[in-house]
Design a protein around this ligand. Structure first.
Ligand code: GLC
Length: 558
């Protein structure tokens, strides 16, 4: 293991203390939809191992894998029944270990997903809590409470699940009678842990060690800001909206002690292991608290992800992101898409480009425009100081599949919202690798089951095979950008400052150091490129003198 890690570390020698994660390019692997190695129509670890060469060729520094644990899939795998094993649909623990080793040999680090807010209703702890009595130590690891109303028939409070409906489900006690209720901020199959119980702390420290012992380089912490609940479990002034109960479970002060414990465990391992939080908070100062030197290393930038395609708003997000991270010395991160939001080719192709929470299925869509903007966005994103995340398929220019038949949708969000929210299946469609017909090389050629979600026929033009040797393809652009980002001195460290250059209000232009600049034209008209600059790379063909609308260029300043 040590020698493989050293191979990976050799590349990072220019960074202080091997802090590879400060400006890494991290590729998100949604395992179910990446590549199917055994032909059952579901992506798996064999599939990831077979495609490590592709990822190395793409030029990424690390992969983050969505949960791979045994799970009944009541919450897309974020309902974990065993934190120390692999779901048979994905493979075995031995295969996970082999994947980590092989990734390291390919110079790729591995970040795994850990879900500390909730587990699966099938988790042995929850099963024993169900079998135990009210007030028992088994129930104390979760939030069990008696109901309200004459016979306890009403939920203990008015909290709403993030997937719709009440955040409480009533259990049947061993005597067959309706009994207590348990809290689940997500689906009923995802009971929330009670972090006031020391056993929960000890368990997760052990889970961290389990995976770090197996070589995991980082942990992505799911729903990281909602672990601690106010034990009063009071009603919100209103069920949803600004006056809701969110304040009783979001960003409670006690949460930082959890991440300090985790950091102590992480720091005991060699080779730059990292904690990366999924933290959505409107208050930038409160967000930055999680990134203090004794807590997490990094967190996802949801403000950038949500930002409309608008020069003023983007500049504002970039400025406040950098200003928030600076005092705590943490690197910023830049994210355009993930497995929870509408793919950005689609988002940018609509008149309302602020489209993360409210999916706009059916609204007018210009995919060519969205693609042009997505090409410009990758140049912008990869020129910013900090780490970048690439969601699988964005390097192929995939769009959100919005016309899935209702009976094929699998995301609990769809069912729990009474079909109001179409859910997140549209960004989770299996990747197209090769060939002219589904499954486009996602599964082995002969005798495979159909992919777990159907792929559009138009993706025959979007396969890796179709794009690999096409210089104008999205894949070629990503490869070129990632390669240049690695060798361009101005982008080697996130500490090279970003300086805004004078530009029209609908153009973003900034320098990194004396010799490198990035210019993004968010208007519809061409704008002149600076005279003292040569184009290193552009998101669309340029004559070297002007930059078309919805395009971006990296420039060598002379
Ligand atoms: C996070 C995950 C999302 C999941 C939720 C509940 O937001 O990204 O996919 O549904 O947590 O675990």
């Amino acid at each position: 293991m040590t020698s493989q890690l050293q191979t990976v570390q050799a590349r990072d020698q220019h960074l202080p203390r091997g802090e590879w994660w400060r400006q890494a390019a991290i590729y998100q692997v949604y395992v179910r939809s990446f590549a199917d190695g055994n032909g059952d129509g579901v992506g798996d670890l064999r599939g990831v191992r077979d495609r490590l060469d592709y990822l190395r060729g793409l030029g990424v520094d690390a992969i983050w894998l969505n949960p791979w644990y045994p799970s009944p899939m009541a919450g897309g795998g974020y309902d974990i029944a065993d934190y120390r094993d692999i779901d048979p649909v994905f493979g075995t623990l031995a295969e996970a270990e082999a994947l980590i080793t092989e990734a390291h040999t390919s110079g790729i680090r591995v970040i795994i997903d850990i879900v500390p807010n909730h587990c699966s209703a099938e988790h042995p702890w929850f099963q024993s809590a169900l079998a135990a009595t009210p007030g028992s130590p088994e129930r104390a690891r979760f939030w069990f409470r008696p109901g309200r109303g004459r016979d306890g028939e009403l939920p203990p409070n008015n909290w709403i699940s993030r997937f719709g409906g009440p955040a409480w489900t009533r259990v049947t006690e061993a005597n067959g009678q309706p009994g207590e209720w348990y809290l689940h901020l997500f689906a009923p199959g995802q009971p929330d842990f009670n972090w006031t119980d020391p056993a929960v702390h000890a368990e997760f420290l052990d889970v961290l060690r389990f995976w770090m012992d197996r070589g995991a380089d980082g942990i992505r912490i799911d729903s990281a800001a909602i672990l601690v609940k106010d034990p009063a479990l009071a009603d919100g002034a209103e069920p949803v909206g600004p006056g809701s109960a969110e304040k009783y479970y979001t960003d409670r002060d006690g949460i930082h002690e959890i991440y300090r414990e985790w950091r102590r465990v992480t720091d005991a391992y060699p080779g730059g292991r990292v904690l990366i939080g999924e933290i959505r908070l409107p208050d930038h100062e409160r967000f930055a608290r999680y990134l203090r030197p004794d807590e997490m290393h990094s967190a996802f930038n949801f403000d950038f992800l949500r930002c409309p395609w608008d020069a003023h708003e983007l500049r504002d997000v970039i400025d406040h992101t950098l200003a928030a991270h600076d005092p705590v010395g943490a690197p910023a991160t830049w994210v355009l898409s993930n497995h929870d939001v509408t793919r950005h080719v689609t988002r940018y192709g609509r008149s309302d480009t602020f489209d993360v929470g409210d999916r706009q299925h059916g609204a007018a869509l210009d995919l060519d425009l969205g693609t042009r903007r997505a090409r410009a966005a990758v140049l912008l994103t990869m020129a910013l100081p900090g780490a970048v995340y690439i969601y699988q398929g964005e390097e192929l220019g995939l769009w959100e599949v919005e016309d899935l038949a209702d009976d094929l949708r699998q995301d609990p969000m769809f069912v729990r919202s009474s079909h109001v929210d179409p859910g997140r299946d549209g960004c989770r469609i299996p990747l197209p690798w090769s060939g002219g017909e589904p499954p486009f090389g996602f599964s082995p050629a002969a005798g495979a089951d159909a992919p777990w979600l159907p792929q559009p026929q138009e993706w025959s033009r979007y396969t890796v095979e179709a794009q690999a040797y096409d210089e104008g393809s999205m894949l070629s652009l990503y490869r070129a950008v990632l390669q240049l980002r690695r060798v361009e001195p101005a982008l080697a460290s996130e500490r090279t400052p970003l300086d805004w250059l004078h530009a029209r209000p609908d153009v973003l232009a900034f320098a990194r150091g004396d010799a490198f600049a990035c210019m993004v034209n968010l208007s519809t008209e061409p704008v002149a490129l600076p005279e003292c600059a040569a184009v290193l790379l552009a998101s669309c063909p340029t004559d070297g003198r002007s930059l078309p609308g919805d395009a971006a260029a990296w420039l060598r300043l002379t």
